[in-house]
Design a protein around this ligand. Structure first.
Ligand SMILES: [Zn+2]
Length: 293
């Protein structure tokens, strides 16, 4: 009897503990952006893309299927639950595979693949697995008008990559911007690997000069929230201060070591990933200021 009571008590505790845990989010989901009629986010695990549904067709972006071809299939199926309109475009945010592998599903559905011209150059050379080469390219700016929606593809300069396009919906005041603005976080190792210090700051300023209010990020923000201009201003301040500090350290002969372990920016210690990622940022900027890399 004692044993049974103990077992029930244990079960009760376990059930109680389980009940307190938030349910695990589904692997993928398509959600309409609040306050819009036709702008959606498709999220697959930790990546996300924007798509726009119009009566004349769909503008999809980033297939987010690197190493998981099922993601692009799920993405198209989610679109098909909303509309049977043709898929007219697939726009790449930049050339990194984790965002753009898997475009074949969309190309087969009739989409024209659009990207920055340097994305096409790089992808043509690299011939990555499951990466569709763009059909059309953008240099500085291109406007897509479809079924009453206007989408501007704007190159605001080199930042996290040399091929990033800001996808700007002027009527909705929404942008889809990927990997060059980490919401409330210090950029990760992968975010700074292929980056362009100084130019990144200029690109953020140019992006801030566009008339938008909400930003859909390529990776879900804290609690799944969208980005704001305040987030982007914070990222700009961080990069500006980082650059200034590392330039000074470099002039003192401290790059790469000991700057990569010693340089601290306590005013940003509350940003997510500060402890894990700061050294990678210092390393990247040390390369720039100390070695001209
Ligand atoms: Zn990237």
């Amino acid at each position: 009897m004692k044993l049974i009571i103990a077992a029930i008590a244990t079960l009760g505790l376990t059930t109680g503990a389980l009940a307190q845990q938030p349910p695990a989010p589904p692997t993928f989901a398509a959600t309409k952006v609040e306050g819009t009629e036709n702008v959606y986010i498709f999220r697959y695990m930790n990546h996300q893309a924007m798509f726009i549904v119009t009566p004349a067709g769909v503008i999809a972006t980033d297939p987010i299927s690197y190493g998981r071809p099922q993601a692009a299939k799920a993405y198209l199926e989610e679109i098909r639950k909303i509309t049977q309109a043709p898929i007219k475009y697939l726009v790449y945010s930049h050339h990194h595979y984790d965002h753009i592998a898997g475009g074949k599903v969309f190309k087969d559905a009739g989409a024209k693949v659009v990207a920055h011209k340097r994305a096409k150059e790089r992808l043509t050379t690299l011939k990555g697995v499951d990466v569709v080469i763009p059909d059309e390219t953008v240099n500085q700016k291109k406007t897509i008008k479809l079924g009453g929606t206007t989408l501007e593809l704007v190159f605001t300069g080199r930042n996290h990559s040399d091929s990033s396009l800001v996808m700007f919906l002027p009527k909705e005041k929404i942008i889809f911007a990927v990997d060059f603005n980490s919401l409330g976080a210090v950029p990760s190792r992968l975010a700074v690997n292929d980056s362009y210090p100084i130019e990144w700051e200029a690109s953020l300023k140019k992006t801030l000069s566009l008339d938008w209010e909400r930003m859909i990020p390529g990776h879900p923000g804290p609690g799944g929230r969208l980005g704001t201009k305040k987030d982007m201003e914070q990222q700009l301040a961080f990069l500006t201060d980082l650059s200034g500090e590392v330039k000074k350290a470099s002039a003192e002969g401290k790059c790469f070591t000991p700057a990569d372990t010693e340089l601290k920016m306590p005013q940003y210690a509350t940003l997510q990933g500060y402890e894990q990622n700061l050294a990678w940022n210092v390393h990247r900027w040390c390369g720039y200021w100390g070695r001209g890399i």
